[in-house]
Design a protein around this ligand. Structure first.
Ligand code: NPQ
Ligand code: MG
Length: 374
C-alpha cells in the first residue's frame, strides 16, 4: 500500500453536559481526526480514519491536541515518507525515534491500519481477534455538586441499560457518594476512578471503600508510583486497576510482576495504538489479569475502534464504551446506540464507520494536509 496523503481535521464537539473529574471540568472536546488516503494493491484509492484522544489541555496526560498535531506535522507523518510499502506494522518502527507522544502515534497508526484493512476488506475486530459481536457497556459518571444530582444521573444511566457504573472520585467526594449509590441502587456493578488524586498517606481512607464491594479502584495514585500502588494493594481489599500508569505492554508486565494492580484499563491512545493494546491484552491474559476498555470521550470514529478491541476474549469487565448520546447530541458518525446494555461491534471493513460529510462540514474548525516530505 502506498500513502498518498494525510489530512488533519479538527472538530468542535460540545458535550451534552459538563464532565467533571479530579483534573478539571470538560465542556467540549476539540477533536483531532486524521484521514489517510492510500493506494491499495489493486490500484484504487482507500481512506483510513482515526481519532486522536489528546485532551485540549495536558491535565489527564502530558499530551494535548496542539502538541499532538505539532509532532504529527513535524515528525511522525514525515517519518512515513521513508517507508516504501506501507503496512500497519511498519508505523511503529518508522516513528520509534520520536520519544513518547503515544496518542499522536496511535492516531497515525490507526488511520493507516483502517486504510489497510479497507484495502483488504477485513474488519478491525476480526484483525485483532475479536470473539464477540456485541459488548456489554458501562458508563463513567463525573463528580457532581451534590449527592442528589449524582443519584439522578445514575438512575438515568441505569434506566438506559448500562450494566456498570463508574464514579469519578477525589478527596472530599469518595466514601459518601459511593455509599449513597450503593444504598440506593443495591448490587449494581460499581467501581471508582480517582485519576491520580490520592497519595500513599491516603491508604487508610481508601480502605474505607472496602465496605461497598466495588469491582475496582482505578488509578488512585500518581502515574509513576508503581510501588505505591503495590503497597496500597496490600492495604485494601478492593482490587486496584491501573489506567494512566500503563503506557505499554512492558509497563503492564512490570505492574503485574510487582502486584501494583490486579486489573488493567486499556486505552489504545494511551499506549500508542491498537497493536500495542492487543499486546497488553495478551500479557494480561497470560497472567490471569482481566482487562476492560477505557474511554476518552471519543466520537464515533474512536468509539468504533474501541468496540472492536473490547470484543477480545480477556475483556471480561464492561468498558467505558458508552453510547454516542452519553457525550454528544450530534456525533460525527451514525450514532452508536445501547440495546440491552450492549453495543454492536462494527462488522464492515476497517473500523467499520466513517464521518458523515454533512456533520463534518458543520462541525470542522480547520483542515490541513500534513506533508509526508521529510
Ligand atoms: C479515565 N475517561 O478513565 C478517562 C478520563 C478522561 C470516561 O472516565 C478529554 C480528554 C476529556 C481526556 C475526560 C473516562 C477527558 C479525558 C475524562 C480523559 O480516566
Ligand atoms: Mg481512568
Amino acid at each position: 500500500m502506498k500513502l498518498a496523503g494525510i489530512e488533519a481535521i479538527r472538530v468542535a464537539m460540545p458535550l451534552v453536559a459538563p464532565f467533571r473529574t479530579s483534573f478539571g471540568t470538560e465542556h467540549a472536546r476539540d477533536v483531532l481526526l486524521l484521514r489517510a488516503i492510500a493506494t491499495g494493491p489493486d490500484g484504487t484509492d482507500v481512506e483510513g480514519w482515526a481519532e486522536c484522544v489528546s485532551g485540549d489541555d495536558p491535565y489527564y496526560s502530558s499530551e494535548y491536541v496542539e502538541g499532538s498535531l505539532d509532532v504529527l506535522r513535524r515528525y511522525l507523518v514525515p517519518a512515513l515518507a521513508t517507508v516504501r510499502d506501507l503496512h500497519p506494522d511498519a508505523v511503529t518502527p518508522a516513528t520509534a525515534r520520536v520519544k513518547g507522544h503515544r496518542m499522536a502515534k496511535a492516531v497515525l497508526e490507526t488511520a493507516i491500519l483502517d486504510a489497510w484493512l479497507n484495502a483488504h476488506g477485513v474488519s478491525l475486530a476480526r484483525h485483532l481477534g475479536a470473539v464477540r459481536t456485541r459488548v456489554p457497556c458501562g458508563v463513567s459518571v463525573g463528580i457532581m455538586d451534590s449527592i442528589g444530582e449524582l443519584l439522578d444521573a445514575v438512575e438515568r444511566y441505569l434506566a438506559e441499560g448500562y450494566v456498570r457504573i463508574k464514579l469519578k472520585i477525589e478527596p472530599g467526594w469518595d466514601v459518601e457518594p459511593v455509599r449513597a449509590v450503593r444504598e440506593r441502587f443495591g448490587d449494581v456493578l460499581l467501581q471508582v476512578d480517582a485519576n491520580t488524586a490520592y497519595t500513599r498517606s491516603d491508604a487508610d481512607h481508601l480502605a474505607r471503600l472496602d465496605a461497598f464491594d466495588l469491582l475496582l479502584i482505578e488509578q488512585p495514585l500518581d502515574e509513576e508510583d508503581m510501588l505505591g500502588h503495590a503497597a496500597l494493594a496490600r492495604r485494601v481489599r478492593t482490587p486496584i486497576c491501573l489506567d494512566e500508569s500503563i503506557v505499554s505492554a512492558r509497563a503492564a508486565a512490570d505492574a503485574i510482576a510487582v502486584q501494583a494492580c490486579s486489573i488493567v484499563n486499556i486505552k489504545p491512545g494511551r499506549v500508542g495504538g491498537y497493536l500495542e493494546a492487543r499486546r497488553i491484552h495478551d500479557v494480561c491474559a497470560a497472567a490471569g489479569v482481566p482487562v476492560w476498555c477505557g474511554g476518552m470521550l471519543e466520537t464515533g470514529i474512536g468509539r468504533a475502534a474501541n468496540l472492536a478491541l473490547a470484543a477480545l476474549p480477556n475483556f471480561t469487565l464492561p468498558g467505558d464504551t458508552s453510547a454516542s448520546r452519553r457525550y454528544y447530541d450530534l456525533d460525527v458518525t451514525e450514532p452508536f446506540e445501547l440495546h440491552g446494555g450492549t453495543i454492536d461491534v462494527p462488522t464492515g471493513p476497517g473500523i467499520g464507520v466513517h464521518p458523515l460529510p454533512g456533520v463534518l462540514a458543520q462541525l470542522a474548525t480547520s483542515r490541513e494536509w500534513l506533508t509526508t516530505t521529510p
